[in-house]
Design a protein around this ligand. Structure first.
Ligand SMILES: Nc1ncnc2c1ncn2[C@@H]1O[C@H](COP(=O)(O)OP(=O)(O)OP(=O)(O)O)[C@@H](O)[C@H]1O
Length: 796
């Protein structure tokens, strides 16, 4: 457990983490802490030499944020060992990986992973370059430098694809080797990435290798991408890798189900396998690293060893039948780097990958934290290994036994300060996690039943080396002085030789049989080879045809591409035209809108003007009315005076506008009764005097202008009864408003004719003044009715 104590150094804060003892002695005997090493990468050439790491000793460093943006603080971290920018790959290998190799060749498990921010040198540390190899190539070289001479024949030890191994008879192994050769020959194209790769070999050997054992080395390479497991050495699925599932074997070890484990007999073969996987591994350029790993990659080396019991006639090690095998596993894990989206500016696929990487790293963090808490508090909180494939795959390392080592890679640039702080904090915490020390485990040998019927003899009997039954031919020193002793010794030798000759006869027979068998197989193989050659030839012709087809298709494609290009050009032109038209439409729309606005404004102005005019006209009308009323009153007054005068002179014959029609009729009759001899009616004269003055005169200067409205065509009236209307306009229908609103007309006369009771035609003239209204119309105020009729004076 850590306690943080703070003390001020100048203006900077310094956090010193002190370690307290964690657990009791018995635990420390059985368990080892997770070993955490730190490697500081050199500052990039050309970048600012601002450094946020200060090295205090070989195991302590301080992280300093002396940039103005970041809070000035110094945090101290302590690790098992810190490698500086000047540390070599060889140093790192010998310090960290060498002990793990010793364990591996001793049948123990080990896990080594690199952790850090993107671009901090994880891949460099683990893989390195050809002339500066990292941990992985050095491990491979060291393994083969050490066990190269003690290897089991190929295919004798075989992966059962369920994390276990089985032993085959030599015959089956031979058959498998043959199949492998055929398979390689059948492969038309060489395996992608299988080009020869070589790393500088330092010739380092692991000490104390048991020379009595025979060894087989298997490698597998998987990646965890977007929380899915893919086998990078699986060639069966072609280009697209199949998602694999994780399983637990009977020893509680986690493994990738059905993973391809390639048995390698030399470092070269191992590098070829690694390279083939490396070509499938998902790597992409980000803004922080041109070759950024987008997945966590796990390179597994498994060394299987079994005790050597005998050597066969060819001097080859014999396969033991009743024994145990030791399996050691070393997992080299290159974790993808944690990255902040704000710094990488990743989008789309890269962003999804980054979030998956960060999630799985967070799971690893959570698991180790809970594991640590459980160990400190003796609690039993569930560790969420299943949250991520990464943690689930390494469950047996954390829960079981083995050695776990972590290399924290640090980029000392000041931009990485915040992320380094997180990484170092986690790494330091991880050191508290205790892992049970690696143990040697013996696994019982699984034997496969021979596929060859002839070989279905008990494996033990078959495998028993016959020549080992022969008496040993020891070196005998002959004492020439003692002839008797010499003779008995020679006799003994002769006896042994004879016995050997005798016993070697069946062996020779067996040998001959085997030779014949091998020859037969060779013939078969040759036949197969000839068949394969013929097949290859036919396939070549097919390939050539296909190539031709593909060439034709390519030509067609290029034609289509040019067509496509042309279309694109046309499209672009049309788009340009459309754009220009759109612009014109927009301009026109703008003008229309402006016009509409102007119209609106004008309408508003007109409405305002109308309102004003209406108000003015109302005012005028009101004044005119008042004026007319006053005039009417004055005229009434005058009329009254005239009436009084007339009343005083003669009997009243007055045609008043106020008179009712019967009165008017009576009066007009009376008027017609007193007609003048020249035919002019006295009534007319009289009426001219008695008719009240018109209310309004539209055009006084022009005199009276009549609108004579003849509803029916009048009968010929002769000259006597013509009404007196000098200026007139006759209409038969009043359907046009302009007839009556014509400002020139000021009088209105409606002519009506009907026969009277005597059958005489009577013409009635309803007369009135046309008065304009304020709304621009006109009204007629009837003030006179004139009846015109002819009457015979002789009539009764
Ligand atoms: N110690 C070192 N010495 C020299 N060059 C180094 C060192 N560490 C890293 N580099 C260089 O820095 C670059 C980035 O390193 P690398 O690819 O190993 O980073 P990484 O941590 O694996 O990144 P990512 O997590 O994105 O995959 C590489 O060009 C590598 O050669």
């Amino acid at each position: 457990m850590y306690s943080a104590s703070k003390c001020n150094i100048g203006s900077a804060k310094k956090l010193v983490r002190e370690k307290t003892t964690l657990s009791n002695n018995s635990d420390s005997e059985r368990k080892d802490p997770l070993h955490v090493y730190c490697r500081i990468r050199p500052v990039r050439e050309g970048s600012e030499p601002t450094n946020c790491i200060k090295l205090l000793s070989s195991d302590t460093l301080t992280l300093t944020g002396n940039c103005s943006k970041i809070l000035r603080k110094e945090i101290q971290y302590k690790f098992k060992h810190i490698f500086t920018a000047f540390s070599t790959q060889a140093e790192i290998f010998s310090h960290i990986a060498y002990p793990l190799l010793e364990d591996l060749l001793n049948g123990k498990n080990g896990l080594l992973f690199t952790y850090g921010v993107t671009g901090s040198g994880k891949t460099h540390t683990l893989t390195g370059e050809q002339n500066d190899p990292g941990i992985m190539p050095r491990c491979i070289d060291a393994i083969f430098n050490s066990i190269g001479d003690y290897q089991a024949p190929k295919c004798v030890i075989k992966s059962d694809r369920m994390n276990g191994f089985e032993i085959q008879t030599e015959d089956d192994a031979f058959q498998d080797r043959l199949n492998a050769v055929r398979h390689n020959q059948k492969q038309k194209t060489p395996r992608k990435g299988s080009d020869k790769v070589s790393y500088v070999n330092d010739g380092i050997k692991i000490q104390n290798v048991n020379e009595n054992n025979i060894y087989a080395v298997f490698v597998s390479y998987v990646e965890i991408y977007n929380n899915s497991v893919f086998d990078l050495l699986d060639e069966s699925s072609g280009r697209t890798l199949q998602n694999k599932i994780l399983r637990e074997d009977c020893y509680k070890n986690m493994y990738v189900n059905g993973v391809v484990e390639v048995e390698v007999k030399s470092a070269q073969e191992a590098f070829e396998a690694f390279n083939a996987g490396q070509n499938r591994k998902r790597v992409a350029a980000t803004s922080l690293n041109s070759d950024s790993s987008r997945s966590h990659s796990i390179f597994n080396i498994r060394v299987v060893q079994l005790e050597q019991t005998a050597i066969n006639s060819n001097g080859q090690p014999m396969i033991p039948t009743e024994n145990h095998i030791k399996i050691g596993q070393l997992s080299l894990v290159d974790l993808a780097g944690s990255e902040r989206t704000s710094r990488t500016n990743n989008t789309g696929m890269r962003l999804k990958e980054a979030s998956s990487i960060n999630n799985s790293l967070m799971s690893l963090r959570t698991c180790l934290e809970i594991l640590r808490e459980n160990q400190i508090n003796k609690a039993n909180r569930l560790v969420p290994y299943r949250d991520s494939r990464l943690t689930f795959l390494f469950k047996h390392y954390f829960e079981g036994d083995g050695t776990v080592k972590m290399i924290v890679c640090i980029n000392p640039s000041i931009e990485d300060f915040e992320e380094n702080m997180q990484v170092l904090k986690f790494a330091e915490m991880s050191q508290d996690v205790k892992i049970t020390k690696a143990e040697i485990k013996f696994t019982p040998i699984k034997k496969t039943i021979s596929r060859n019927k002839e070989n279905r003899t008990p494996a033990k009997a078959k495998a028993t080396p016959s020549f080992t039954l022969l008496p040993e031919l020891r070196v005998v020193k002959l004492n020439i002085e003692n002839l008797e002793e010499c003779n008995t010794a020679i006799d003994k030798i002769v006896k042994v030789i004879k016995l050997r000759q005798q016993k070697s006869k069946p062996l020779e027979k067996e040998n001959d049989l085997r030779q014949a068998e091998v020859r037969k197989r060779l013939v078969d193989f040759n036949q197969d080879y000839i068949l394969s050659k013929a097949e290859m030839k036919s396939l070549k012709t097919v390939i050539n045809k296909e190539k031709q087809k593909s060439r034709n298709l390519q030509l067609k494609m290029s034609d289509l591409e040019t067509m496509n290009q042309d279309m694109r050009c046309k499209n672009e032109e049309l788009e340009g035209i459309i754009l220009a038209l759109k612009n014109t439409i927009n301009e026109k729309n703008l003008k229309i809108n402006q016009n509409i606005l102007e119209k609106e404004k004008t309408k508003q102005k007109i409405a305002l003007a109308n309102e004003k005019m209406t108000q003015e006209l109302d005012l005028k009308l009101r004044r005119q009315r008042e004026h007319l009323n006053a005039a009417l009153k004055a005229k009434d007054q005058k009329l009254r005076i005239v009436k009084e005068i007339i009343d005083s002179e003669m009997p009243p014959v007055v045609l008043s506008s106020e008179a009712s029609e019967p009165e008017l009729n009576a009066k007009s009759q009376e008027a017609q009764m007193c007609q003048t001899p020249n035919g002019t009616s006295g009534v007319q004269n009289h009426r001219r005097n008695a008719t009240p003055a018109t209310r309004t005169r539209r055009s006084r200067s022009a005199g009276e202008v009549w609108l004579e409205h003849n509803v029916v065509k009048p009968c010929p009236l002769g000259t006597v009864m013509q009404p007196s209307m000098k200026k007139r306009k006759s209409v038969s229908k009043l359907d046009k408003a302009s007839d009556i609103t014509n400002p020139k007309q000021n009088r209105y006369c409606l002519v009506a004719q009907e026969p009277d009771t005597d059958g005489e035609m009577e013409t009635r003239l309803y007369k009135g003044d046309i008065v304009p209204t304020c709304g621009g119309g006109a009204q007629v105020i009837f003030n006179d009715v004139e009846k015109l009729r002819q009457e015979s004076p002789t009539k009764d």
